[in-house]
Design a protein around this ligand. Structure first.
Ligand SMILES: [Zn+2]
Length: 106
């Protein structure tokens, strides 16, 4: 897996607290789950970034305030409904990028 999958996306710091969009945190997790079941999709950095961007654009952001020292438990935030919404958004994005990769097909 390329490094980008472990990367944290946007983040706002306020003193000792930070405000994070848990959807951004979770999209990587969902993405990893989705591509495991879809071996046909291109895994280059560009396509993976496109999939994540498309999926995030479809999702409403959900911000939470969190202590900087606190480890965000992804499982704790992962309500069933949110997870389903994310999986659908990621799966749709995968299909779009699969049909229209922004590079030559190999
Ligand atoms: Zn690609």
């Amino acid at each position: 897996m390329p490094q980008i999958l472990e990367k944290q996306v946007g983040q706002v710091d306020i003193g000792d607290m930070k405000v994070i969009n848990i959807v951004e945190e979770l999209v990587w997790e969902c993405f990893k789950e989705v591509i495991e079941h879809r071996p046909g999709i291109c895994r280059c950095d560009r396509c993976m970034a496109d999939v994540c961007a498309l999926a995030l654009n479809k999702m409403k952001p959900r911000y939470v305030a969190s202590d900087k020292g606190e480890v965000i438990s992804k499982a704790a935030f992962l309500e069933k409904e949110l997870k389903i919404e994310l999986l659908v958004a990621v799966a749709d994005a995968v299909e779009i990028v699969k049909v229209n990769p922004r590079h030559e097909m190999e």
